[in-house]
Design a binder for this molecule. Structure first.
Ligand SMILES: *Cc1c(COP(=O)(O)O)cnc(C)c1O
Length: 440
C-alpha cells in the first residue's frame, strides 16, 4: 500500500486501495473550490485512464486458495468503480465516508434499517412521497413509531424528542411546498435532548453543490443521485454520507448484506454526471430565478427560496449556497393548472427534477399521489399546485413556452404587445383576447 493511500485512509478506516482513489492526496493537500473538486479526480489505474474504468466484473480472483482475497473479491461487497465514486462523493459531501446504492429510496431503506421495533422517528409533514410511503410501511409492519410534525417550527419538534427518539428525518426545502427547515437548530436541540438520536437529512433538493448538512450538525446525509448528481435522468442512484465511521460500518453492513450497492456501470455514469454538477446547477438556478421572477411579476403565488418574498428567505440562505432549480406556483384552479401543464411543449410532463431538461408536473396527481387526498388536505397541499423543475435550456424559450401555455389555459391574458396575468382570479380568466391561443 502506497503512502498516499495510507494517508487517505481517514480514521484508520479500511477502505480498499488501488486503483480506486478519487483524489489520493486528499488529506493535507490544498482544497480547491467545489467546482474544481467536482472534476478533479485521480486514479492509480495501470494505464493512467483519465476516466475511472468500469470494472464490469462480479468476481475478482484471489492469488491462491489460502492467501485470502485481494482488495476486492465480489462486487456486492465492493467494486473499484463504485469505491472510486464513493471516495469522490465523500470529498464533495464533506463526509468521512460515502456509500452509493441503487436509488434514493434504497439509501433511505439502508438508513432506516438502523432502527429497531419500538424506536421513534420524528419527521416532517411535507415529505417526498416515497419517503412517506416507506415510513408508513415501517410504522405498520416493523413496529416503528413515526411522528409527523411541522418541522418548519422548531418548537413543534422539541416536545416530541425523548429517549425513545432514534431518528429525526429532515428534508429542506420541502417539495412542492418549498418550506425551509432549520436543520442546525433542530440538530442541536435533538442532540442535547438525546445524544443517541440520529439526525438524518435528505439533501436531494440542494445537492452537495449547495448545502452540506453534515456541517450543519446532521449525522447522516443522503440524497437521490437520480436527480442533480446524475443530471441526465438516465440512471437511478442513491448516496449516503457520514462522518462517524461506526455508523458508516453499520450502513455498509446492510448494503453488503442486502446487495443494494450501485452497479459498476451506474457508478461510472454517476461519476460522469457529478463532474458537471457545478455548471449544470449554475445554469439551472439562473434559469429558475428568471422564471420565478417572471411568474411572480405576473401575479402568481410563487414558492422559491431565490425570491425575497419567500417567508424563510434568510433561513434558507443561512444554510445553503443557492436556491436550487425547483419552484412551484398556484393558479387558483385545478383544471386551469391541468391545462397549463398539458399546453407546454418544451416542459416535459414528468416527475423528478435535477435533469438538464425542464419538467412540469402537478404533484398532487403525480409524485405525491401516494399521499391520500385527506392527508394532502391536512398538510395544506394545494391541489392546483404546479411544480417546475428547471433545466439548462435557453431561458427565453422556457419563458415563451410557459407564457403560451398560461395564455392558452386562460390564466394569463394577451394584450397588444405583452402578456398580462389574470392569474389568481378565476372570473378574470374569461377576459382573454381572441389571439390568446397563439398569442405569445
Ligand atoms: C427522488 C427523491 C427521493 C428518492 O430517490 P429515488 O432515486 O427516486 O429513489 C428521495 N427524496 C427526494 C427529496 C427526492 O426528490
Amino acid at each position: 500500500m502506497s503512502d498516499s493511500v495510507k494517508r487517505l485512509d481517514l480514521n484508520g478506516h479500511k477502505l480498499p486501495p488501488s486503483p480506486a482513489l478519487s483524489s489520493p492526496r486528499n488529506s493535507g493537500r490544498h482544497r480547491y473550490a467545489l467546482a474544481t473538486e467536482l472534476v478533479y479526480t485521480e486514479t492509480n489505474d495501470q494505464y493512467g485512464a483519465s476516466s475511472m474504468p468500469i470494472y464490469q466484473s462480479a468476481t475478482f480472483k484471489q492469488p491462491s486458495a489460502t492467501a485470502g482475497a485481494n482488495d476486492y473479491d465480489y462486487t456486492r461487497s465492493g467494486n473499484p468503480t463504485r469505491t472510486h465514486l464513493e471516495r469522490h462523493l465523500a470529498k464533495i459531501m464533506n463526509a468521512t465516508r460515502a456509500l452509493a446504492v441503487g436509488s434514493g429510496m434504497g439509501a433511505l431503506d439502508v438508513i432506516t434499517r438502523l432502527l429497531r421495533p419500538g424506536d421513534e422517528v420524528i419527521t416532517g409533514d411535507d415529505l417526498y412521497g416515497g419517503t412517506n410511503r416507506l415510513l408508513a410501511y415501517l410504522s405498520s409492519n416493523q413496529g416503528i413509531i413515526v411522528h409527523h410534525v411541522d418541522t418548519t417550527n422548531v418548537d413543534a419538534v422539541r416536545p416530541i424528542v425523548s429517549d425513545k427518539t432514534a431518528m429525526v428525518l429532515l428534508e429542506s426545502p420541502t417539495n412542492p411546498l418549498i418550506k425551509i427547515i432549520d436543520i442546525a437548530s433542530i440538530a442541536r436541540l435533538v442532540h442535547q435532548a438525546n445524544g443517541r438520536a440520529l439526525v438524518v437529512v435528505d439533501n436531494t433538493m440542494l445537492s452537495p453543490m449547495l448545502s452540506n448538512p453534515l456541517d450543519l450538525g446532521a449525522d447522516i446525509v443522503y440524497e437521490s443521485g437520480t436527480k442533480y448528481l446524475s443530471g441526465h435522468h438516465d440512471i437511478m442512484a442513491g448516496v449516503i454520507g457520514v462522518n462517524d465511521t461506526a455508523i458508516g460500518d453499520k450502513l455498509y453492513f446492510t448494503i453488503n448484506a442486502t446487495g443494494c450497492g450501485l452497479s459498476p456501470n451506474d457508478s461510472f455514469l454517476l461519476m460522469r454526471g457529478v463532474k458537471t454538477l457545478a455548471i449544470r446547477m449554475e445554469k439551472q438556478q439562473a434559469n429558475a430565478q428568471r422564471i420565478a421572477e417572471f411568474l411572480e411579476s405576473h401575479g402568481f403565488r410563487v414558492r422559491y427560496p431565490g425570491l425575497k418574498s419567500h417567508p424563510q428567505y434568510n433561513l434558507h440562505w443561512s444554510m445553503a449556497r443557492g436556491a436550487g432549480a425547483v419552484l412551484s406556483f398556484e393558479t387558483g384552479s385545478v383544471s386551469v393548472s391541468e391545462r397549463i401543464v398539458e399546453a407546454t411543449r418544451l416542459w416535459g410532463i414528468s416527475v423528478s427534477f435535477g435533469c438538464v431538461n425542464s419538467l412540469i408536473s402537478m404533484p398532487c396527481q403525480m409524485s405525491h399521489a401516494s399521499i391520500d387526498a385527506q392527508t394532502r388536505k391536512e398538510r395544506q397541499l394545494p391541489e392546483d399546485i404546479i411544480r417546475l423543475c428547471v433545466g439548462i435550456e435557453d431561458v427565453n424559450d422556457l419563458i415563451d413556452d410557459l407564457s403560451r401555455a398560461l395564455v392558452q389555459a386562460g390564466s394569463m391574458a394577451v394584450t397588444r404587445d405583452s402578456v398580462k396575468a389574470v392569474g389568481l382570479c378565476p372570473s378574470a380568466q374569461r377576459s382573454i383576447g381572441p389571439n390568446a391561443d397563439e398569442g405569445v
